[in-house]
Design a binder for this molecule. Sequence first.
Ligand code: C5P
Length: 218
Amino acid sequence: FDYLPLAGKAVMVTAGPTREPLDPVRYLTNRSSGRMGFAIAQAAHSAGARVILIAGPCALPTPAGVERHDVERASDMYSAVMARIDEADIFIGCAAVCDYRPIDEAHEKIKKGAQGIDLALVPTPDILRDVASRSPRPFVVGFAAETHDVQSHARGKLLAKNLDMIAANQVGDGQAFDVDENSLELLWDGGGKSLPQQPKHELALALIKVIVERMGLP
Ligand code: C5P
């Protein structure tokens, strides 16, 4: 950035996967590497913002100047976000939060037996939806990772979760998760913008520029 459009603003970013324990040694998770969210945190900092990064388990260095909080479960991420959300002018939910968790966490390792076992799963709290339903609320940006019908699913989420913007990407077949490059389809009420395939660091800067424009910041 040749000027600091987010000077004086605070940005909260969630990144990475979450880990939902089954027992002391096993968990459910997903393929998120955290790279997109970490790149966004770095880009927001380079735009002059104070950045709070809430990170699920991922082996990435903390971007310089960014305040990082590590969490494991979706419920921990929820608490960490809500503890500080009042400070945020912008919330970017980039984490691949597990939508379900095992209903019980066994306190001892589940033993192998001859039979199969049924896993009962229950939904996790939707962090993004609850941030967007606060009043007053920050400018709220969600992500939608979709394997098919990317645009229509993303537009559905924009409306259902009452977001200011959604960043949609195609996943599966080696795309988006755990790779260095990505493309994003940005959508908002009445418009949108495509950000073409590029390294995640450049994509993150482009995303921040569009957020600045949509917020009407100078
Ligand atoms: O509904 P879906 O999980 O596909 O929506 C994805 C968006 O919602 C992402 O921005 C993700 O960070 C956020 N999300 C969340 N809490 C959840 C599930 C998803 O914040 N429990």
